[in-house]
Design a protein around this ligand. Structure first.
Ligand SMILES: Nc1ncnc2c1ncn2[C@@H]1O[C@H](COP(=O)(O)OP(=O)(O)OP(=O)(O)O)[C@@H](O)[C@H]1O
Length: 245
């Protein structure tokens, strides 16, 4: 179980202190699929980075399976079973896709068939990609899918995906949503997916709307989706507290 207690994160700019996350508390039970959505710049990625340990909160506490992990870095959290896929994944010149999957899995002898399965789950044909380097020769959508495959290979207990739909074609997207559904129904991992995509939002057990650094709404996809789809107030409607009233 993941618990965030009164998480705040602020930075200093030329105008003084800028609050980016403002007293966020939430609990995510095991094996749930939770979607963070909301307006651009609302704080979703920062919140995910706080969970992964890429950003240290200014105040507040993070508990993972009852252990306080607030002071732990990304490597220690990864060892505890937390995994994060970047919105814009890095490239690794000199590393092949196969090597990356092998490293992610922690199994030096990861069989080719398993590598193929991970790639198939993100809509990639293994024969075309296993021996390619994860460098600039790959397109943005390809790198994105390869990174998602590494998260699957890691078999983490908590998987955080930051806009997995970004740059991915419709065919691969459909394969990817099936993969999320399969993981969810297998009940083997907790998933936090940052997404603006209706199809992904509809998979969620719970949708958490993050706007202006706070949680403005949370509820089932059935409750939240109609508000997002029908609201026409302002540029990002629903997603203000007033929009909900
Ligand atoms: N280190 C920083 N310094 C200054 N501003 C920052 C910093 N980190 C984040 N921000 C700002 O905090 C806000 C939240 O950013 P974040 O990336 O978390 O939003 P988001 O909800 O993920 O947005 P998007 O949907 O566009 O990906 C943005 O306005 C961003 O510019």
């Amino acid at each position: 179980m993941l618990e965030l207690n009164h998480i705040c994160y602020s930075v200093h700019d030329q105008d003084g202190e800028l609050g980016i996350l403002k007293d966020i508390s939430l609990t995510i039970e095991d094996h749930r699929l939770v979607v963070f959505t909301g307006p651009n710049g609302g704080g979703k990625t920062t919140l995910a980075k706080v969970i992964m340990g890429l950003v240290q909160p200014t105040s507040g506490q993070i508990l993972w399976n009852g252990t306080d992990i607030t002071a732990l870095g990304i490597t220690e959290r990864a060892r505890l079973g937390i995994s994060y896929g970047f919105q814009q994944p890095p490239r690794f010149k000199g590393l092949t896709v196969r090597k990356l999957l092998t490293l992610a899995s922690g199994n030096e002898k990861l069989p080719k068939e398993l590598c193929c399965q991970f790639l198939t789950k993100v809509g990639l044909c293994a024969n075309d990609y296993l021996d390619r380097e994860v460098d600039v020769s790959l397109s943005g959508g390809e790198v994105k899918r390869i990174e998602i495959a590494t998260i699957l290979a890691r078999d983490a207990e908590l998987m955080i995906f930051d806009e997995p739909e970004a740059g991915i074609d419709l065919w691969s997207f459909s394969r990817l949503t099936e993969t999320f559904e399969q993981i969810h129904s297998a009940g083997t991992a907790t998933m936090v997916i940052i997404s603006h995509q209706e199809r992904i939002i509809s998979l969620a057990d719970e949708v958490i709307v993050v706007g202006d650094g706070s949680i403005s709404h949370r509820g089932s996809a059935q409750e939240i989706l109609p508000k997002i789809l029908t609201s026409t107030i302002g540029s990002c409607p629903v997603l203000t507290k007033e929009g909900a009233r």
